[in-house]
Design a protein around this ligand. Structure first.
Ligand code: M6R
Length: 369
């Protein structure tokens, strides 16, 4: 039931504040520490390891890429992300000191399931982040942390993605606590940031109308580029994937720092480029580097759509359009910056008269390898 919305995707985008809140529910204690009841008594999954490998496909892999920054920053443990369909075919180095974390909305993606089985057979520990109770992947894993996004019907993943980032952040904080790499005060600060996210997503959703207008103006674009840096990089990849799968527009995401190593050659007058601008309150160097990237592409005629923190005046002179997101600590920005991209891709597909819930050639759950 679409509940009065024109599509399941429109409904699911607006359900994102709840997807995050429900994934947090029961996992932050009164003293602001992280408690994941499903992981009770499983500390040895996190103490005896020297590496985390995240395996996933598509949007779930981008949630993994965002999670890598948090795992390394907070839990101080090397983390890498690999597409599940590449993983088992290259004889990866894994052993009993490796924790393989799979991320899957459906819990039935064959590529990811086979990667998890491979990891177990080769002695690794396995943990599944999954949105579907009792699905095959969690059943095949040593532990599971469920996302509570509710059933996701639209083929394009939206609310499951923000729930996946929330879950891997909770996991990173849990591992950090078990391994003693964050102080109680730091933990409390991070859980407070997480608890504030649902309200902030509501603020982003309030801009749906102007983003819809932008999508209508841009509906005849032939190619759209997405740039991001740090945690904004996986968000650029996700923005591009949404546009490909929904609007059938050629779209690419790049790490902003890569521009001068090749992609800047693509910039010609009128080329639309979305740029995820990191908060100036995080690393001012990172912020100014992305602002100079914007100047570089603008000088070559790019049409810049910046997704920037409210009050970030530095981008205003160089961007054609600025979409503001509320202030959040730098690692938490992906949960906000992705929302305008989802709305943009959906509305551009709508403007082209396409079926946003069931794009051509795609299945919601890919149960074949
Ligand atoms: O069910 P899963 O999370 O394992 O699915 C993984 C991908 O197939 C999925 O995220 C896909 O990329 C979506 N269509 C993206 O919107």
């Amino acid at each position: 039931d679409k509940g009065g919305w024109p599509s399941f995707m429109a409904k699911e985008i607006t359900e994102q504040p709840d997807a995050v809140a429900n994934t947090l529910r029961g996992r932050i204690a009164a003293d602001e520490t992280v408690v994941i009841p499903e992981l009770d008594g499983l500390d040895e999954l996190f103490t005896g390891i020297n590496r985390i490998v995240v395996v996933a496909a598509g949007t779930a892999s981008y949630a993994g890429l965002v999670g890598k920054y948090a795992l390394e920053k907070w839990a101080r443990i090397p983390a890498e992300v690999e597409l599940s369909h590449e993983f088992r075919y290259r004889d990866p180095v894994i052993d009993a000191h490796t924790l393989v974390v799979s991320i899957s909305q459906s819990g039935e993606t064959m590529d990811t399931l086979m990667a998890v089985k491979y990891a177990r057979e080769n002695g690794a520990k396995t943990l599944s982040i999954c949105n579907t109770q009792g699905a095959t992947i969690p059943r095949e894993s040593d532990a599971v942390v469920y996302t509570h996004a509710g059933p996701e019907v639209a083929v394009a993943s939206t609310k499951a993605f923000v729930a996946q980032i929330t879950a891997i952040y909770l996991l990173a904080l849990h591992v950090a606590r078990v391994r003693g790499t964050v102080s109680t005060e730091e933990l409390a600060g991070f859980t407070a940031e997480l608890r504030a996210i649902p309200e902030k997503i509501v603020t982003v959703l309030e801009q749906t109308e102007s983003i819809t207008q932008l999508a209508h103006w841009m509906s005849d674009s032939r190619a759209i580029l997405f740039l991001g840096r740090h945690v904004g990089f996986p968000i650029a990849l996700e923005g591009a994937l949404k546009l490909k799968e929904l609007a059938y527009i050629h779209a690419e995401g790049f790490a902003a720092g890569e521009l001068k190593h090749g992609p800047i050659a693509l910039i010609e007058p009128g080329q639309p480029v979305f740029v995820v601008v990191p908060s100036p309150r995080g690393s001012s160097t990172l912020h100014s580097k992305v602002v100079s990237n914007i100047q570089e592409i603008r000088a070559r005629g790019a049409r810049v759509i910046a997704i920037a923190e409210a009050g970030d005046a530095a981008v205003l002179p160089f961007a054609d359009t600025v979409i503001h997101i509320p202030l959040a600590a730098p690692l938490f920005e992906p949960l906000l910056a992705v929302v305008p991209m989802q709305i943009f891709a959906m509305e551009l597909a709508n403007a082209k008269g396409l079926d946003v819930d069931q794009p051509r050639n795609l299945a919601k759950s890919v149960t074949v390898e």
